[in-house]
Write a protein of this length. Structure first.
Length: 230
């Protein structure tokens, strides 16, 4: 199909092309603000070590004094990092913030602002929040919970709770909105246009109407007379 024929189809069925695009535009209108002015999210990342201070015993060999504490530290880090992603950890942070006069629900803390990871003997806490001042309070509360509550949730530590040491100060930085979030509404409108074009060409393909000499010749018939349009 030549370009002129393609353009003729688009001109003839322009309304089919526009319908999906207009529907997509209407559905994305509430989110178009994110394209013009994307929301600012703040983040902070804190690394921790976790261990139990080994007891001094001259009778212990090198393995007992060095290797076993390091191995225990890895186990503690892995389990504590998992705990940081649970409801109970978020609830402990929420309870501590409420005691400071800053009520933030545990659900909001977990779904919007809390991520964790671990590697060897280092665990990492990632926090995200739309308000930088609140984020500092949440980060400090998370540090306090890790230090003071680990023995409650991990009785394996026995009489001596784990020593949690933050390796970073609480530094809040703005986080740019991802490109998919900023351009998502425009992509949806573009997809609507593509769907409209596909719908128009499908309608053209299924339409048996004969409109010009070419449609007749495709059927294997000869044209004897052609009356031009005005």
């Amino acid at each position: 199909m030549e370009l002129r024929q393609l353009w003729a189809v688009v001109r003839r069925r322009w309304w089919l092309v526009l319908i999906p695009a207009v529907v997509a535009l209407i559905l994305t209108l509430p989110t178009l603000r994110t394209v013009i002015s994307p929301p600012v999210t703040y983040t902070t990342t804190i690394h921790f070590t976790a261990s139990q201070v080994p007891t001094a015993d001259k009778a212990q060999n090198f393995q007992d004094q060095s290797y076993i504490p390091w191995l225990a530290s890895e186990y503690a880090v892995n389990n504590l990092a998992t705990w940081m992603g649970t409801d109970s950890f978020a609830q402990e942070i929420s309870t501590r913030l409420a005691a400071q006069g800053k009520p933030i629900s545990a659900g909001d803390i977990r779904t919007a602002g809390l991520r964790s990871d671990s590697a060897r003997s280092i665990m990492t806490l990632y926090l995200y929040w739309p308000n930088p001042d609140d984020l500092k309070l949440i980060a400090q509360a998370a540090i306090d919970v890790l230090r003071e509550k680990n023995q409650v949730y991990f009785p394996q530590f026995g009489a001596q709770k784990a020593e949690i040491t933050p390796l970073d100060t609480i530094t809040v930085a703005p986080l740019s909105a991802p490109i998919t979030q900023r351009l998502g509404p425009l992509f949806r409108v573009l997809i609507g246009l593509v769907a409209g074009l596909a719908l128009a060409f499908l309608a053209e393909y299924l339409d048996p109407t004969i409109r010009d000499r070419g449609d007749v010749e495709v059927l294997g018939l000869s044209v004897l007379v052609e009356i031009p349009g005005r």
